[in-house]
Design a binder for this molecule. Structure first.
Ligand code: GFB
Length: 316
């Protein structure tokens, strides 16, 4: 089956957001409230997505028409690097259980979420969808990347063998409301925000950045990501995955300076080069997504301001 435009109407559909408490899942729930559909969710206590028989029993009871799969074990560079087994095992189990059962339950459409770290460490920039499996992965996140590649291949194989309308989206680095601000497990943007906020409150004169500050990253506000995912659910029914990003990036050092401006931290930025840099650059080519009619709306500075506003309320 070749890539193609389709029109899937969410109106009146029972839509399961698997992993609705996470940053992407909760943004999807916010976004889907503007659609005339019935949103279904279940929390971790109600269903452990790693357990196949539980997932089968729950999905066969609920029988959703449509499924979004943001559910995943996620984390920043240090969490990925230090918990390889958990990142590989948990993500393989979650995606295999949901995707396989979706076919058994005749789910009409499913959207699986990967990540831009599925691409090779030294992929050509910006990275088109065809860069997949063209070279070795970045070692700090190869376990997570292997699991996510398996997930998108599951969607492709169920489409090829059974004709399931399962699609995959590959978002770039995300940030925003409901982000994880824990310094050991978070991604760079919330980590630097939390560090700078604490340093300002304590009157500290410096904040430590991990690595050299030279790697470049592309950041997408999570509510924009949710909007893109709903758009793809409605318009895309192709075999290949679709990159979801802004198409622009900046260095970690430049990101740190932007966050410092928003937070009002005026101290020094010190680099801890004992910490890993990760991949030097992972900028997505978003031509396929823009050809499908979607582009990002929130600028990085606006997104950082909104995230900081949310963080301050969450701390209060
Ligand atoms: O966001 P991050 O943890 O993940 O780190 P990746 C991005 C860059 O920011 C790296 C640097 O070069 C880090 O060394 N950095 C600087 C920091 N200061 C900090 C800090 O205080 N905390 C953190 N976390 N980083 C992850 C992958 O890669 O991105 C996942 O491990 C996933 O698999 C995710 O793909 C989106 O962009 O390097």
């Amino acid at each position: 089956m070749t890539d193609r435009i389709s029109h899937y109407d969410l109106k009146g559909k029972s839509v399961w957001v698997a992993g609705h408490k996470g940053m992407v899942g909760s943004a999807l729930v916010r976004r889907l409230q503007n659609e005339d559909c019935e949103i279904t969710t279940v929390d971790r206590q109600g269903l452990d997505l790693r357990r196949q028989s539980d997932v089968e029993a729950w999905m066969k009871g609920v029988r959703p028409d449509c499924v979004f799969v943001p559910a995943a074990k996620v984390g920043g560079i240090l969490a990925n690097d230090s918990h390889p087994a958990e990142f590989l095992y948990e993500n393989l189990m979650i995606e295999a259980n949901i995707i396989h059962t979706a076919r058994e339950c005749d789910v009409e459409k499913l959207l699986f979420l990967g990540s831009s770290c599925i691409y090779p460490k030294f992929a050509r920039q910006p990275m088109t969808e065809t860069e997949l499996l063209e070279g070795p992965l970045e070692p700090t996140n190869e376990w997570y990347a292997i699991a996510k590649i398996a997930g998108l291949k599951l969607c492709e194989s169920y489409r090829l063998q059974y004709g399931c309308n399962f699609i995959s989206a590959m978002p770039t680095n995300l940030y925003g409301i409901n982000d994880n601000f824990d310094l050991q497990s978070s991604h760079v943007l919330p980590a630097l925000m939390a560090k700078m906020h604490a340093a300002k409150a304590e009157g500290a004169s410096e904040v430590v950045l991990w690595g050299t500050g030279t790697p470049k990253r592309e950041f997408l506000f999570v509510d924009d990501c949710a909007d893109a995912l709903v758009h793809l659910m409605k318009v895309y029914s192709g075999q290949g995955h679709v990159n979801v990003g802004t198409g622009t990036d900046l260095s970690i050092r430049d990101l740190a300076e932007l966050i410092a401006d928003v937070v009002g931290f005026e101290g020094a930025l010190i680099q801890d080069t004992g910490k890993p840099d990760g991949t030097p650059r992972k900028l997505l080519d978003v031509t396929k997504l823009s050809d499908l009619g979607w582009t990002a709306k929130t600028s990085l500075i606006d997104g950082i301001r909104q995230t900081y506003g949310w963080y301050l309320k969450a701390l209060a």
